[in-house]
Write a protein that binds this ligand. Structure first.
Ligand SMILES: Cc1cc2nc3c(=O)[nH]c(=O)nc-3n(C[C@H](O)[C@H](O)[C@H](O)COP(=O)(O)OP(=O)(O)OC[C@H]3O[C@@H](n4cnc5c(N)ncnc54)[C@H](O)[C@@H]3O)c2cc1C
Length: 497
């Protein structure tokens, strides 16, 4: 049988888009189909919501982001879209707590999934700090890692600098000076500075965060005849003979009709929860599937900046352009073993107050006890295997969280007032940076699901991508690291084509 496609990609989020872009660039003749379960969230498929023309959508995005808490965003994003009370329907679009789908995420309650064209990539804040020291997989050649990360940075349009290019922010330097003193770094390259952000800064406009459409426009605008995007189709099963995948079973979510699609190779980039779920549903169950779920612990907080301390007044506080939630975005990088945690600090005006959100993430131990358990008996709202997440912090993790709170406290004290009610440890899952559920490994020793090409061990033509593939414990936000691996995986797929 002649396959209809050289490559089928499941998932139109940033990782699906990166693999499509890279394979298309290396092999322009390759016939690529991208399948996405979610539907249209704005009139321009794959654009980031900050770019949306629809004023209500943009205003909601702006308002939710200004709260600077992803968990608030997710709660708000679920309700800003078409849902009936609390019940989700296939026509709903947005980001939803995983529990909406009927799963048991009691031990990982902050976790969410995207259900729209472009995945979480149309919602994200776009902070793209890079992995450092033990965060970089030691079994990959370092030169390849660095080159792939550079490509991923280009595709995510990562830049380091002010969010608003035309207006000087008088608070930026005093913040740098104050925080460099209390959260010091022995390495000048790991000194507190601007947060690397994925997007384009332009005068008088909100920072144009990179959506999947910016990564691979031709996937979303139909401009490449060899590349097709089909939406509203849930992939329910990978058809295979134990070592080779022959096709995918799809369900049209509007009509319920089922069909199969055939190809020479397949890439699943359906996020760190639903990628292993789909493999499980298809009887592909390596020992490491869903095991070693990892997430950095996160603490949130907001400090009211005392401008007078820096010789400034309220008049010096920059007003961001309409539609832009933040004044600036700063990064306190991890310095490795000595301080395996990083700060994401977002300056903004909120309800008339000048605030800096002081969020910190610290790496947690990779442990097999932290895992997704899939059921053979129960199903979710979509008829896919029911998931129960087992997740807890080790004693070491709890120690790190306490150390991180001290760092946060010191940083906040250096800038202004930091009432106790303005800080909290986020529930597990809330960072939305979960990793490790289909991790990459250098050898097939039962602790990894894919090889260094992203190919599922024992399979010729089944590849996985996304945060789930990341094998290390991250301090940094996960998207750039997942994207770096996607560049590598796309190279292997192109070589295969
Ligand atoms: C509010 C918010 C803020 C964030 N901020 C940051 C940040 O600042 N920095 C950072 O690094 N990360 C951030 N993230 C996380 C970031 O968006 C994700 O890491 C990134 O989108 C992951 O990309 P992905 O392509 O692997 O998965 P996703 O973007 O989740 O895309 C997966 C796609 O697969 C589709 N899919 C799933 N299952 C199936 C199936 N069976 N059949 C067909 N389609 C399927 C889904 O509908 C979805 O569109 C944020 C996320 C949110 C929601």
């Amino acid at each position: 049988m002649t396959a209809e496609f050289d490559l089928v990609i499941v998932g139109s989020g940033p990782n699906g888009a990166i693999v499509a872009e890279q394979v298309h660039a290396h092999s322009p003749e390759a016939r690529i189909l991208v399948i996405e379960a979610g539907g249209t969230i704005t009139d321009v498929p794959g654009e980031h919501l900050v770019e949306a023309d629809e004023s209500a959508m943009n205003a909601s995005y702006n308002d939710l982001m200004r709260r600077a808490r992803q968990i608030e965003y997710v709660k708000g994003a679920a309700s800003m879209n078409t849902i009936d009370g609390d019940s989700w329907t296939p026509q709903s679009t947005g980001v939803f707590p995983a529990a909406f789908f009927g799963h048991n995420f009691a031990e990982f309650p902050g976790a969410s999934v995207a259900w729209n064209i472009g995945g979480m990539g149309v919602h994200w804040t776009a902070a793209t700090p890079w992995a450092y020291a033990a965060e970089i997989p030691d079994f990959l050649p370092r030169a390849e890692w660095d080159a792939d990360q550079e490509t991923a940075r280009r595709l995510l349009r990562t830049s380091v600098g002010p969010l608003i290019p035309d207006v000087e922010n008088p608070c930026a330097q005093p913040i740098f000076t104050a925080l460099r003193e209390v959260v010091p770094s022995p390495d000048p390259d790991r000194e507190l500075g601007y947060m690397p952000m994925g997007g384009v800064a332009s005068a008088g406009r909100p920072f144009a965060r990179t959506g999947p459409r910016d990564i691979a426009p031709f996937v979303f605008d139909g401009s490449a005849p060899e590349v097709e995007l089909r939406t509203g189709l849930l992939v329910t099963r990978i058809e295979h003979d134990g070592s080779r995948v022959t096709g995918l079973t799809l369900r049209d979510l509007a009509t319920g009709a089922e069909e199969s699609v055939h190809a020479d190779r397949f890439l699943i980039a359906a996020d760190a929860l639903r990628t292993p779920q789909l493999l499980w549903a298809s009887g592909i169950r390596p020992a490491a599937l869903g095991v070693r779920l990892n997430e950095h612990a996160s603490i949130d907080g907001e400090v009211e900046i005392d401008a007078q301390r820096f010789g400034l007044t309220d008049a010096d506080i920059v007003k961001p352009p309409t539609g832009e939630p933040f004044i600036d975005s700063f990064w306190s990088p991890s310095i490795g073993e000595a301080r395996p945690m990083h700060g994401q600090l977002m300056e903004r005006e909120f309800e008339g107050r000048h605030m800096l959100s002081v969020g910190w993430y610290c790496s947690t131990e990779i442990r097999p006890e932290n895992r997704i358990e899939f059921s053979d008996d129960l199903v979710d709202e979509l008829g896919m295997p029911h998931m129960t997440v087992r997740f807890s912090y080790s004693e070491n993790d709890l120690d790190q969280i306490r150390r991180m709170q001290d760092v946060q406290q010191a940083a906040a004290n250096a800038l202004g007032t930091f009432p106790r009610e303005y800080r909290e440890v986020q529930p597990p899952g809330a960072s939305l940076h979960y990793t490790g559920t289909v991790r990459m490994g250098g050898v097939d020793d039962g602790t990894s699901v894919v090889d260094t090409d992203g190919r599922v061990w024992g399979f010729e033509n089944l590849f996985l991508a996304g945060n789930g593939v990341v094998p290390t414990a991250l301090t940094c936000n996960s998207t750039l690291t997942g994207a770096t691996l996607s560049v590598r995986i796309a190279r292997a797929i192109s070589a295969d084509i």
